[in-house]
Design a protein around this ligand. Sequence first.
Ligand code: BG6
Ligand code: MG
Length: 226
Amino acid sequence: MKAVIFDLDGVITDTAEYHFLAWQHIAEQIDIPFNRSVNESLKGISRAESLENMLMIGGVETKYSNAEKQELMHQKNQYYQALISKLTPEDLLPGIGRLLCELKGENIKIGLASSSRNAPAILKRLEIMDDFHAIVDPATLTNGKPDPEIFLTAAAQLGVSPAECAAIEDAEAGISAIKSAGMFAVGVGHEPSMLQADLIVRQTSDLTIVLLHEVWGKYRIRSVKE
Ligand code: BG6
Ligand code: MG
């Protein structure tokens, strides 16, 4: 394990909840149904694709022009940015600060593979920007999660091969992307969407370098046998 690549929203900090609140605000405005189960299917997906999915589920996929959709995305992002403007280092999810320290202590590279265009602003507010050796800019990619491109790009930027990477995600699309990239997948949460993961932890406080090394060892032995 030469590198660990992190998703951001829902792994490093609880901004997955902020995305939910911001989309809920838009859904109320345009009067379409929205709940946590719909939100679950949006996790890891880009802003534009999330809106398209919401409109489709609400049965109004042809109702809005491109300009109106841009405006809805803009409003969602403004609502979201108001929420993230209050983030402080206290908002790191439990255990994440410790894990970053442990990784640095072992010279394991640290990467970020987030679909969010707000990621750099969030890392700055959490004061962990300097811990990352690579931060993939989602605007430079052709395909979003579940395509493996973002994780493969992170590995390339870190100068390691995919087989040397573990990656941590809270979303089904993210876990699929990690597995398609040929990496060791760590899922955070207890959603059915974590099923493809190689290791599932209930909460971020369970993530330690000792656990990663332990399961990584078993996984590699299993991979060689398979
Ligand atoms: C992902 C989130 O990290 O980023 C999604 O899981 C979100 O919910 C996506 O839609 C894009 O984020 P942003 O900040 O660019 O709208
Ligand atoms: Mg996430």
